[in-house]
Design a protein around this ligand. Sequence first.
Ligand code: FES
Length: 84
Amino acid sequence: MTQRIEMQICLGSSCFSRGNKDVVMFIKEYLRKNHLDDKVIFKGARCMGHCSNGPNLNINGVIVEGVTLSRIENILEKEFARFI
Ligand code: FES
């Protein structure tokens, strides 16, 4: 059974100043390259209340903190291993 993943990135100002825009671009490109567009619903979200640890992602209801450009690929690979 294929399970869909819902992933939201915080677009609040603190996560923005910590580089969420670059992470958004990376994620979009990653989903496209790995043909995950139909399996992953990727959206922006409001402040998640974890500002000092951002940029933050919410993956199926679980908040992942410190999602920097250097960490994002590992996080996605772990999360989507069963799809790729
Ligand atoms: S601005 Fe992202 S958690 Fe607050």
